[in-house]
Design a protein around this ligand. Structure first.
Ligand code: CO8
Length: 377
């Protein structure tokens, strides 16, 4: 491969919403909702016709997940026991959509840090879990908002693995010569598809947007991350689902509203995904002739601190410290596809020329992606 078809990560960008919800605030609001529900349904609960709801707990959330708070675009309505859902007013078609707006903010930061102008970019991939509409594509709206007159954009959804699938797609464009500079953007408004009344999952997700600029090495800034190799994997599972979709209105007899939001069998996901991902990383490292000691840092998908502890231990052969496997779960919670990119964005500057690391995603589908990278400069 020559420098003109070697893909590199030139830069990244991050947009973080202003508002954050702590576990304490979240649990207080959830427990008020539970108390109201149990009070209003006392007779039906006593008769066994309605289920009595249980309180959530800060201690459980932190122990089970490592999450301490999450950023959200709309805070007060989520915490209002009568609403428990973000409120993001509908915008006229003439205004930029909120998903594109936060994507553009992250994209501009990535472009600025690489010293790149929008017209230098050939393609925009909007890769995320929750797309706000069917069409026109959010990526095309972002392309327009950035002021790119040429090039193309499209949306892609591989749930939590959307970013790594986007990176491989962009890297393949560079390798084939069909593009020199590609923006992969991950706007995640997870608060919109989270059931804030579900005790098992109400604490899991937050909102954010990340952007990754993938370019050919010959045009990239001197300081960049060369992509050594990528691997994608999918394996069908019903353990994480969201049945929201355009055919919902064709079966109005459906009474189950909850499955039109995020639902999961968290325990099964944990048990099945940890070995799948750990094996995938080890196999891919071997493919590139890498020993575990060659891996300076793992930027793992940010879903659960326990999962990351087990995966990192299996890959590195010892318990990973924060420097080897940094977390952003405590402040950002699970932000789906953006999680490993936030970790990379915030914890990569200190590495040295030649250091090797791994960006890794895993989630619904199941889907998983590995991106091995080496720092240059
Ligand atoms: N407070 C107090 N107690 C609780 C709570 C709570 N909030 N919730 C559950 N409990 C209780 C349960 O009732 C249970 O009690 P008992 O033992 O008496 O039955 C006990 O705690 C243990 O419950 P679990 O077994 O469910 O708890 P776990 O230890 O398994 O932890 C987790 C739950 C944190 C969910 C954990 O299983 C986990 O993180 N699993 C992996 C999840 C994961 O990685 N999912 C990936 C999803 S992301 C993705 O790909 C989709 C992206 C789409 C984005 C959509 C945006 C909304």
């Amino acid at each position: 491969m020559t420098d003109s078809n070697t893909p590199v990560i030139s830069s990244t960008g991050l947009f973080t919403p202003e508002n954050s919800i702590s576990n304490e605030e979240l649990v207080a609001s959830f427990n008020s909702y539970v108390d109201l529900h149990n009070r209003d349904n006392a007779e039906a609960i006593a008769a066994g016709n309605v289920e009595e709801l249980q309180h959530s707990s800060v201690e459980f959330i932190e122990k089970a997940s490592g999450i301490k708070s999450r950023f959200v675009l709309s805070k007060d309505p989520i915490l209002d026991p009568e609403t428990m859902c973000p409120r993001l007013p509908e915008r006229p078609n003439e205004e930029i959509s909120i998903l594109a707006e936060i994507g553009v903010k992250a994209a501009k930061q990535a472009l600025e840090s690489a010293g790149r102008k929008p017209e230098d970019v050939d393609a925009v991939l909007c890769a995320c879990s929750n797309l706000q509409r069917a069409y026109p594509a959010i990526a095309v709206e972002i392309q327009d908002a950035l002021g790119m007159e040429d090039g193309f954009g499209f949306d892609m959804n591989v749930a939590c693995s959307s970013a790594t699938f986007g990176i491989q797609t962009a890297a393949d464009y560079i390798r084939s010569g069909s593009a020199k500079s590609v923006l992969v953007i991950n706007p995640e408004i997870c608060s919109g598809h989270l059931n804030w009344r579900d005790r098992d999952s109400h604490f899991i997700f937050g909102d954010v947007a990340t952007a990754i600029l993938i370019e050919a090495k010959d045009i990239a800034p001197d300081k960049h991350w060369e992509i050594i190799g990528t691997k994608l994997k999918t394996q069908f599972s019903n353990n994480i689902r969201n049945n929201f979709g355009f055919l919902n209105r064709t079966h109005p007899e459906s009474r189950d509203e909850d499955d039109k939001l995020f639902i999961q069998e968290g325990r099964k996901v944990f048990k099945e995904v940890v070995p799948m991902v750990a094996n995938m990383i080890v196999e891919q490292a071997e493919r590139f002739g890498l020993e575990s000691s060659d891996l300076r840092r793992l930027w793992l998908h940010q879903a659960n601190a326990g999962m990351n502890r087990l995966i990192a231990q299996r890959v590195l052969g010892h318990e990973a410290n924060d420097d080897e496997s940094p977390t952003v779960l405590d402040t950002y919670a699970n932000t789906s596809s953006a999680g490993s990119i936030i970790a990379f964005h915030k914890h990569s500057e200190d590495l040295s020329d030649g250091d090797i690391g791994l960006i890794c995603s895993f989630g619904a589908g199941y889907s998983a992606g590995t991106v091995f990278i080496r720092k240059n400069g």
